[in-house]
Design a protein around this ligand. Structure first.
Ligand SMILES: Nc1ncnc2c1ncn2[C@@H]1O[C@H](COP(=O)(O)OP(=O)(O)O)[C@@H](O)[C@H]1O
Ligand SMILES: [Mg+2]
Length: 142
């Protein structure tokens, strides 16, 4: 496992981290996003989409659970598990996204990933926390 800490002094820094990932991640990548409400998970996914050349506006799928975008260099599957229990998440069989069973392989970004009781074999975890000095801090591990 490797771990790095990135200081995010404002929302554009969060977005820029997403843009970098959106340019570099390969098909089948899974991003597990954790952090309190307002910690910047959706902001990061907005950057991710921009880095993948997706021009649609990205709104949090808090009610729809899953938004899919196909206009970029790879498909983006944006999930928000906030409103679901762990048992409800289990029933969705989200592994079909990262195994590419029913969907074209793309990048899977999951907000409230702590609701998952099963994880993909490979993933990048980004834990966002509030920081009095730095705005937000991202701990990135795999
Ligand atoms: N590094 C940062 N420093 C300060 N504010 C930030 C930072 N990153 C994002 N924000 C702001 O904080 C809010 C986070 O909202 P959002 O991305 O929807 O969070 P979440 O999806 O985690 O609930 C937005 O208003 C965004 O502009
Ligand atoms: Mg959000």
């Amino acid at each position: 496992m490797t771990e790095r800490i990135v200081k995010l002094s404002d929302a554009s820094a969060t977005q820029m981290l997403g843009i970098d990932l959106g340019r570099s991640l390969t098909a089948g990548s899974v991003l597990l996003l954790t952090g309190d409400l307002g910690s910047g998970k959706t902001t990061l996914v907005q950057g991710l989409a921009q880095g993948m050349d997706i021009e649609d506006s990205i709104v949090s799928p808090t009610f729809t659970i899953i938004n899919e975008y196909f206009s970029g260099r790879l498909p983006l599957y944006h999930l928000d598990l906030y409103r679901l229990s762990n048992a409800e998440v289990d029933d969705l069989h989200l592994e079909s996204y990262w195994l590419g069973l029913e969907t074209a392989p793309g990048i899977v970004a999951i907000e409230w990933a702590e609701r998952l009781s099963y994880l993909p074999e490979d993933y990048l975890r980004i834990e966002l926390t509030y920081d009095v000095v730095d705005g937000r801090v991202a701990k990135i591990s795999n």
